[in-house]
Design a protein around this ligand. Structure first.
Ligand code: ATP
Ligand code: MG
Length: 174
């Protein structure tokens, strides 16, 4: 059966978008496929998922973003350049055609924060090789992206332990 690539989006305010995308990556590796994870606005190399991914041959990671928390009011030129670097990595992957799945983690946030123009993402997706799947995560997916996607899941926050005062937990959040 010929591989039919899909554009998939995980958005919404609830927890589970990045972990869902990583789960997709795990499944793809199990299927003998190659995966590229490009992270936007995540410069911290100590995330446990990166250590887990290191056990998986064929699962490549490129992190972009500085080692600090970006706020909408304080976007720097370097934040923009880092996000552009992530887009360039994705663009190259589309040309090289080495991966069956490309995950663009937190790209929706990078658009929302004005680091990447939405039109650039739509333009990028128009060059997606037919066999390749692309998974985009992050809160606030723009509606035009949701229009072109084949699958959109919105994770709704019903409850989050954060509101009980429980801080981020190793192995669960990072
Ligand atoms: P995860 O990485 O756990 O799958 P996510 O990708 O859905 O979460 P993001 O929107 O990327 O979540 O937010 C990053 C961090 O914020 C996560 O560690 C997550 O636990 C936390 N978070 C997610 N949703 C909420 C929420 N509704 N309230 C407070 N913190 C949240
Ligand atoms: Mg996330």
């Amino acid at each position: 059966m010929e591989q039919h690539g899909l554009v998939m989006v995980y958005t919404g305010n609830g927890k589970g978008k990045t972990t869902a995308a990583l789960g997709l990556g795990l499944r793809a590796i199990g299927a003998g496929q190659r995966v590229l994870l490009v992270q936007f606005m995540k410069g911290d190399p100590s995330y446990s998922e990166l250590k887990g991914i290191a056990f998986l041959p064929g699962f490549e990671v490129v992190q972009t973003g500085l080692h600090h928390w970006v706020t909408k009011e304080q976007v720097s030129l370097l934040d923009r350049m880092e996000a552009q670097r992530g887009m360039n990595v994705a663009r190259n992957a589309f040309v090289e055609e080495r991966h069956e799945l490309v995950i663009l983690d937190e790209l929706n946030c990078a658009i929302d924060y004005g680091l990447i123009p939405e039109t650039d993402v739509l333009e990028l997706l128009s060059h997606r090789p037919q066999f390749m799947s692309v998974c985009i995560t992050g809160r606030g997916a723009p509606s035009l992206l949701m229009d072109v996607a084949d699958m959109v899941s919105e994770v709704i926050e019903v409850k989050h332990h954060f509101h009980q005062g429980i801080p981020a937990q190793k192995g669960i959040e990072f």
